[in-house]
Write a protein that binds this ligand. Sequence first.
Ligand code: URA
Length: 441
Amino acid sequence: MTRAATVRAVDVIARKRDGGEIPADQLRDFVLAYAREELPDYQMAAFLMAGYLRGFTRRETEALTEAMVASGDRLDLSRLSGPTVDKHSTGGVADGTTLVVGPLAAALGMQVIKLSGRGLGHTGGTLDKLESIPGFRVGLGTAELLDQVERVGLAVAAQTADLVPADKSIYALRDVTGTVGNISLIASSVMSKKLAGGAASILLDVKTGSGAFMHEISEAVELARTCVELGEAAGRATAALVTDMNQPLGELVGNAVEVREAVEALRGERPGRFLDLCLTLTGHLAALAGKAANPEAGRRDAERALERGDGLERFRQFVAAQDGDPRVADDLSLLPQAPSTLEVEAPRDGWLAAVDAEAVGRVAAALGAGRQRKDDDIDPAVAVELSGKLGDKVEAGQPIGRILARDEGAARSAAEGLLATLRWSDRPAQAPPLVHEVVGA
Ligand code: URA
C-alpha cells in the first residue's frame, strides 16, 4: 500500500477473511498498490482467496472494477462521431461471432472497437483467427485504431499492456491460486477491460454449458447481471445475452476454418446456429446504440445488410485496412490449408444427446489450433469439424465431421478424441435453445 494509506494490507485481508465489507477507498489503494508492485503476490493471493470464499458486495465489485480501470490507460474515443460499440464473449468453442457481428454492425452505421486477447486452453482467440488471413496485422497504435474505426467502422486489435495492467497480474495470480471462478472477480476483470476500451455501448455474450466457464445457467445469469450493473454504473449502455455453449457454436473449431465459416456466413451460404446468434447479437447492439428501435428490428436490419452483401464488403474493407488480403472474402483457398483430412463417421444409429464442448476445444488445441501456454505457437490450418448438432438423428457410418491435421497419425487420434466427446441416445434428444436469457436493455 502507499505510504499515505491509512490501513495496512494485512488489515484489508483480515477484514475480508472475516466476511467484512472493504470500503471503496481501501480497496482502490490495495489494488493500485499491487499494480505498482508495492504489494507482494502473497498478500494479493490471500486477499483473492478470502474474497473467493466470502464473496464481494456490489459496492466492492464496483470499487474493484474502478480500481482496475484506474491502474492503466483508457482509450479516449471522443474524436469519433459514434455511436461506439463493443461486444465481448466470455469464451466458447467455434465462437467466432466477432468476425460476422463486427462487419454487420459497421454496415449498420456503428463504430466497433474491439480489443482482444489470444486463445488459451480450450477456447479460441479472435486475434489468432484473424492472423490466419495472410498479412493481417493486429498490433495497431491508438491513432491508427481510431482512424480506421472512423473510416471503416471496425477495428480489432491486440489489447496493449497499458490497458488495465492490474487485471493482467491479478488474472495470472487467480489462474494459479484456484480463484478464477468467482462472479465478482470475473465480472470486474471483464468489465474493467470493456470500460477502459471506451465504447459507449457494451454487449456481453455470456456463455453457459459444457464448453463455458459457467456450466450452470443460473451462474451465467448472475454473471451477466453483475456485468450489466457494472456497465450501467459507469454510464455505458450495457446488455448481456446468456447463450448456449453445450456444443460448439459453429461447425468449425480452429483458426483459418473459423474465418472460412465467418466468410461463408457473411455470404449467406452457411445458415445455422452460428449465423443465427450473429444476427441476434447485431440486433441487440443496434438497439443499444440507438440504431434500431429494439433488438428485433435491429436483427431485421442485420439480415438485410447480410442479404445486400454489405457485411461482406465491410469485412473486405476491414481486412484490407489491417494489411490482410481482402481476396479471402472471395477465394477461401487463400487461407492456410491442412495437408491431411479425415472424415469422422457416426459410430452407431441414434440421436446426438450430449457434447462435451470443452473437450472438443481441447481436441482442436491438441492438434495445434490452440495453445496450452501463453507463448506457444499455433497452427492456423488444423481444425476439428463437427457438423452434427445436439438433437440430430444419425445412422451408423454417416459423416458427422472431419479432422484437418498435419499428418494422418494426428488426424486419427483427434478423430478418436472427437468421438469420445459425444454421447448418443436411442430416443429423440432435444436441441438446447440458442439464447437462454437476455439481461438489461
Ligand atoms: N475472462 C476475463 O477476461 N476474465 C476472467 O476473469 C474470466 C474470463
